[in-house]
Ligand binder design. Sequence first.
Ligand code: ADP
Ligand code: MG
Length: 396
Amino acid sequence: MPKKTIEDIQVKHKRVLLRVDFNVPLNVTTGVIGDDSRIRASIPTIRYLVDHEAKVILCSHLGRPGGKAIENLRMTSVAQRLSRLTGLPVSTVSDCIGREVERKVGMLKEGEILVLENLRFHSEEEANDAGFARELASLADIYVNDAFGTAHRAHASTVGVAKYLPAVAGFLMKRELDVMGKLLDDPERPSACLIGGAKVGDKIELLQNMLGKVDMLLVGGGMAATFLKTQGYEVGHSLIEDDKVGLAKELLHEAKEWKVPFLLPIDAVVTEEIKAGASTRVVATTGIPSASHIVDIGPQSVELFCSEMAKCRTIIWNGPMGIYEIPEFARGTRSIASFLATLNATTVIGGGSSAEVVQEMGLTDKMTHVSTGGGASLRFLEGVALPGVEVLLDKE
Ligand code: ADP
Ligand code: MG
């Protein structure tokens, strides 16, 4: 069921509590913000509220302060960046609940923006404490959630507040739900899902759910080793999850029964040492040397995966093909990203690491959608209901 959005509710003259994801990468010593795309992503909703004469109260968490005030995790620099990006005045307050906050909210005029202090300075936030949620809610008339990236967590500001206020989605939340909802319910076909990352254990539910939704599955990354092992291949010192070999076998069997092609790497980049500057070799996956680790997919696998994905109208990518943090092992992941950017198909990137690579390569605009929520997009694609979405009002 689609959710109500800020366009379905009267916001004029109302105090709107807007949960955003301002959890930007921050140098904790200097307080300097790295990539500010999360702030940018929230601007359309903020601008809509300002233009429609709402009193805008923003709230977010930032980093992991662990329930106490940490000077370098204050929202001040984020608020300044928001002000610079929008050209609008943005004020801050030294807490997110209490007298001083009530006073500042009381002084807010239509179209003005106030950023509350880091929600996670209070341990009640992550505990989804009812009293804390009620206090937050008491600041506003309407609750808007635009923080897709935390929608998989049931916290006071993502779930608790919705009990006390009419709750709707912001534009970013709506876009995430629309794009990913379509992937699951009605993708343009044929469709493919490319999965990588470290462990099978992290992606079992994703693989299982996708198996019933797409026309082709492709697996790379560390988890490919476990699948290769079930095929009887030697994988040397590669990361193997012995307790997942059975599940991996079952998945391959299921894919066969459902006649969904399930592609594994045919060659791999291997090394004897996982470190920058290590010497590497490309070998067929049928002949992985016993003293080596698989650290990336090889060039023939890249070619195979790309030629198969080129046949598809929809491609979902979650998880890197290798240990991309080390340049020597990043080629497979980067080649896949470059290739997807050239396609004239629906390309959706979910997963923190894969999104990071696409972002860092400057390819975000070349994809149909790069999800802003790593964990949240993974849960969503697993077919799991997100608590922060569940509590939003249904569209009639
Ligand atoms: P995402 O965040 O995109 O969902 P994951 O969190 O599942 O991806 O996995 C990312 C991690 O997987 C990266 O840190 C990367 O180094 C690791 N990884 C990828 N390939 C391998 C491999 N062959 N061996 C070990 N780790 C790997
Ligand atoms: Mg990750």
